[in-house]
Design a protein around this ligand. Structure first.
Ligand code: ADP
Ligand code: F6P
Length: 389
């Protein structure tokens, strides 16, 4: 039987992401409209441990749908990774009468939610990170705004790059995932995109591509590098030394995390927030609200923003663009048994589509590439998998 819930806490955790405010707004208003008492927890698990908690009403979330950042603040809380820290969090929930929690954050934040769930606090996770690196969901809150911010900045860089016949090496964020870099690269018509999932060869992937376009008269170049692959300045220096093309490096950095959320982020965050409350209201918890195919499934079971049910593995399991991840928090409400299965054929198909859109590589490269793209999900999923109890 579902646990009786009267009071629901909400927190944002890990890196902030545009759209988190829209999610908080939807959660608070949906919760109040369904008769729950809503508590805002500040600075992630830090605030839970320290009691930085306040009751929220419908006006607490006024004028925030268009604002980046998070009105609840966010933090990284090392203490919450320990049993002692988690016990303090549980004690605080009991003290404040918080019966359930909605956690907006990335996979680290979900590990914290899992710890609380294992101690009997029903939790719902909302994917909130610009990196789009949550294995079960095709979309994470903030991803769209971050990409648009990066594209807008690179469009500006293009003007000056073109005027000087230069090469611009631009580093974008993404943590260990190349989604931002890949899509921004396509959207800005970059000559090359360096992803963490695909080892690159300087001669083949940079110099040869530049030469090919130089033959057709191109004199300026945009190269996108996902963070951690290679230093942007180092790469710019190498390119200048090897080609003689005047080169500059730009690290877009945290600008990608800020700003007013796009329509897509506002709408998805609002829908996901509403569904988090709806699921708790239905007695379904210890799940991540995931997006699949951008469809809203009215009974919360098949696809869309609904919870991922164990019994739907295989049948409706194609929730990730190139994978078959299904369990997020596992069965029996204890977040265990996370599983990710990859369909190589699906991955290959997806990669071929991406490469076709890119127009630079032929399908033959897909075979090399697909293993690496798979790595995006597998790597992240394994980090979850290893952490299971
Ligand atoms: P994100 O949620 O964006 O992936 P982090 O990985 O930094 O960001 O995690 C955010 C917070 O979630 C951490 O500071 C910590 O409080 C909590 N957290 C992360 N991993 C765990 C874990 N294994 N157990 C409990 N809490 C965790
Ligand atoms: O997860 C979001 C993200 O911005 C990553 O893209 C980046 O690697 C990281 O956070 C940066 O974290 P910090 O806020 O600690 O600089």
């Amino acid at each position: 039987m579902a646990k009786e819930i009267k009071t629901i806490g909400v927190l944002t955790s890990g890196g902030d992401a545009p759209g988190m405010n829209a999610a908080v707004r939807a959660i608070v208003r949906a919760g109040i409209s369904k008769g729950y008492r809503m508590m805002g927890i500040q600075r992630g698990y830090n605030g839970l441990i320290n009691g930085e908690v306040y009751e929220m009403n419908v006006r607490s979330v006024s004028e925030i749908i268009h604002r980046g950042g998070t009105i609840l603040y966010t933090a990284r809380c090392l203490e919450f990774k320990t049993k002692e820290g988690q016990a303090k969090g549980l004690a605080r929930c009991k003290e404040l009468g918080i019966d359930a929690l909605v956690v907006i954050g990335g996979d680290g934040s979900f590990m914290g939610a899992r710890a609380l769930a294992n101690q009997g606090i029903p939790c719902i996770g909302l994917p909130g990170t610009i990196d789009n690196d949550i294995a079960c969901s095709e979309y994470t809150i903030g991803y769209d705004t971050a990409m648009n911010t990066a594209v807008e900045a690179i469009d500006k860089l293009r003007d000056t790059t073109q005027s000087h016949d230069r090469c611009s090496v631009v580093e974008v964020m993404g943590h260990h995932a190349g989604y931002i870099a890949l899509n921004v690269g396509i959207a800005t018509g970059a000559v090359a995109v360096l992803l963490p999932e695909i080892p690159f060869d300087f001669e083949r992937d940079i110099l040869e591509r530049m030469r090919q376009t130089q033959v057709t008269g191109k004199k300026h170049f945009i190269i996108i590098v996902s963070e951690g692959v290679v230093g942007a300045q180092e790469l710019a220096n190498q390119i200048q030394a090897a080609t003689g093309v005047d080169s500059r490096a730009t690290v877009l950095g945290h600008i990608q995390r800020g700003g007013s959320p796009t329509v897509r982020d506002r709408v998805n965050a609002s829908l996901m927030g509403y569904h988090a409350i709806d699921l708790l209201d239905k007695g379904i918890y210890n799940r991540v609200v995931a997006v699949s195919g951008e469809q809203l499934d009215p009974d919360h079971r098949r696809t869309g923003f609904g919870a991922l049910e164990d019994d739907l593995v295989g049948e409706y399991g194609r929730v990730r663009r190139n994978a078959q991840p299904v369990h997020v928090f596992g069965r029996n409400g204890d977040f265990r048994n996370l599983q990710v299965q990859i369909s190589a054929a699906e991955v290959r198909l997806q990669v071929q589509r991406v490469l076709a859109a890119d127009g630079n590589r032929d399908a033959g490269d897909a075979a090399d590439v697909h293993q690496h793209l798979v790595g995006v999900d597998v790597t992240r999923a394994h980090s979850l998998f290893v952490l299971r109890q």
